[in-house]
Design a protein around this ligand. Structure first.
Ligand code: RB5
Length: 145
């Protein structure tokens, strides 16, 4: 199960991504926001990230204006590796090397077709493990600082 969330700036792109996931038959939950009325992105990032961290969701997709604030906020939650992504190569690497469990997209940065491609890559790319697992574990160790 995938969780998707946005603030007002990411709302239009989130709606497009929701339609894309629906068309592809991907199970997801949209936890808001549900309109273009101004909201605070850390609230939505945290709710989605907590759900990924506790296993309610397998992965998460966040959308704000830039993807940056959402990624910063989500990354504060223990166990979350959220990548702010604007192109497909980074989306692939975020999975294969970093085992990202969330991505954050900028609704004011990228268009819907690129965003859909990024989401598809994010959802279909497996983590390579091996030496990358050791490095991901090192990221986790930083959470105690
Ligand atoms: C909202 O205006 C904007 O700051 C937000 O969507 C996001 O881009 C923050 O990183």
């Amino acid at each position: 199960m995938i969780v998707i969330a946005s603030d007002h700036a990411g709302f239009p792109l989130k709606q497009e991504l929701a339609e894309h996931l629906r068309a592809k038959g991907v199970a997801f939950e949209d936890i808001g926001c549900y309109s273009a009325e101004s909201v605070d992105y850390p609230e939505y990032a945290a709710r989605a990230a907590r759900g990924v961290a506790d296993g309610t969701y397998d992965r998460g997709i966040l959308v704000c204006g830039t993807g940056l604030g959402m990624a910063m906020a989500a990354g504060k939650i223990r166990g979350i590796r959220c990548a702010a992504v604007s192109e497909s190569y980074s989306a692939e690497m975020s999975r294969s090397h970093n085992d990202a469990n969330m991505i954050a997209l900028g609704g004011r940065v990228i268009g819907p077709e690129l965003a859909k491609q990024i989401v598809d890559v994010f959802l279909s790319t497996e983590f390579l493990g091996g030496k990358h697992q050791r490095r991901v574990d090192m990221i986790g160790a930083l959470e105690t600082e």
